[in-house]
Every structure is written in C-alpha cells, then in structure tokens.
Write a protein that binds this ligand. Sequence first.
Ligand SMILES: [Zn+2]
Ligand SMILES: [Zn+2]
Length: 331
Amino acid sequence: MIFKCKNCGGNTVYSPEKKQMHCPYCDGAETQDRFDFPEFEGNYTICPNCRGEISTDVHTASSRCPYCDTYLIFNERVEGEYLPAYVLPFQIGKDKCKEMLKEQFKKKTFAPTDFLSEARLETIEGDYVPFWLFDYDSVTDFTAEGRKVRRWTSGNYQYTETSYYEIRRNMSAGFRKVPADASTPMPDEVMDLMEPYDYTQLQKFEPQFLSGFMSEKFNLPAIKYVDRVKVKMQESIDAYLKGTYTGYSSVSPLSKTTQYNNEQTHYALLPVWVYHYEYAGKKYPFYVNGQTGKIVGKVPVSLPKVLAYGGTLWGALALILVLLSFTFRFM
Ligand SMILES: [Zn+2]
Ligand SMILES: [Zn+2]
C-alpha cells in the first residue's frame, strides 16, 4: 500500500514532529487515502507512482522508491503472522536527528570534514527495527558460603577467627518486555546499546506509521531469541542478588538455579535513525534511538571506538522491575 494525499495526490508520511500524517507537498494534515497495488514480482516491485523497478529483500516491510521518493508498505509483510502487536512511533524527526548528530560531534576535530555536511546527513534513513519483547516470571534459588575474618593481637600471639555463614536466597523477579531485535543485519550489540526504550509510548500497530520510513518484518521467530534474553535477565538477577549479601570477607557460591515461567512474547517495531557514513572505503554506521535520541556509533578516526551517549544501559531499567516484585527468604 501507499498513502496518497486526497488534496494533491502526493505521498503522505507520518510526521514525528506533528504526531500525525502529513503531506509534504501541500502541507495537508491527515489527508491520506490508502492505495493498494500489486506488490511483488520475485525480488523486486514496481513503484505504483513512477513505475520504477525497486529491488527488495525477503524481509523488507516498507521501502522508499529511489526514483520518486514514494514510501511503499508491503501488505503481506505487516499482516497475518507478520502483523506487529505494537509500534513505537518515531518521536524524533529527521531534522532533529541531524541537529543532535551535529551537536554531539561538532568538537570531534579528528572526524573527516564532510562527516557533518548537509549532503551526507541528508542520507539518514528512519528504520523500524523488528523486536521481540519477552515477559517472564523468574524464581532463583541461590546458596553460598560467606566468610568473615577477624584478626587481632594479644600479648605475643596473633589470632585469626573465621566465621562461616550459610547464605540462602530465594528471589522472584518479574520481567516485562525484555527486548531482542529480530533483524539479522542489525548488529545485536548495537541494538542492545540502543536501549532503553520507554514502552509507555507503544501504540497499537497501524500501517500508516511506516509511511516515511524503512522497515523489516521479523527475520526469525521468537523462539530463536529466547537464549539471548535469558542471558540479559540472568545478568540483572545476578547483579541484584549480589547486592543482597554484603559485609563478608569472601563468598563462595554453592548453587544457583533460575526457572523462567509464564513466557509471553510481543512483536513490536521500534524506531532507529541510521546514518551510513563511509570514509576511506570503510563503513561507519551511526544509529540514533528514534525515541530517546541516544547515539551509538564508531567515530571515523584511526582507532575507532564505540561510543554510547546519553542514557543508561538496560540493566538499570531491569533492576527497577526486579525491585518492584522481589521477595526474599533470609536464613
Ligand atoms: Zn497534499
Ligand atoms: Zn517511484
């Protein structure tokens, strides 16, 4: 489908600034009409606006015609089993994204001169990345031996007293909407750094949110990402557990088991601006969280360094969820 303006026939797109559909040609608001067209001929599609041939990937859910800039949304990739439960609409528009990149990197004098040029920045594309969001209730049983050592001197003797403690914890933690990106081309470690997203702004999916942006459907089913989210949850559980036993000289863990119950999965599209910068034959992709503006990327210098600005790691968010629902049995 494409969305055409009722007034002028132009391609209407979703505007993050206005938070509604907008026609960039006549400035109309909410003037869109849905228009369906025959979508695929093998691995390409014919633009219904200019008849240009556009190559697509097996996962492409929406794309921009490179000849006339019309945004095409592919019905069969956003319906049926590929219908997202939620979409988190872009909150940051393209102009704001450009400003944020300029602000962040204006002092990086070692960056190439065209890094922040208008022509290069104009190539930034908004991308809805497919994510699986997992809910779990977990129960962790943990035992360890803690030791406290006290030393003192009396007369000609030095004394050492070691006390042994049995540490037992039984902790329940509820996790809600733990994210795993379901896009194979998107690097997992970068998508993890894009977090956290504020899920209170999730909305029921409507296809017009995709107009103006690129998107993919999920590449693999949720089951393929379970191990990845369990690693994330276990890190949060371990960090929290560790904070519950302090004051020992040393602690030796004896056993730890975590059970994950009541799994629920939600399919959602989350917003990321992508700046594909190339320098001296090398690619330096920059990613900007389309909701929070958090920037992740490698600065094109001789020793590229992963930088993550503004925002906290997902662990902090998970911790809050754990805090809300913990129970302990101290022994
Ligand atoms: Zn119009
Ligand atoms: Zn076209």
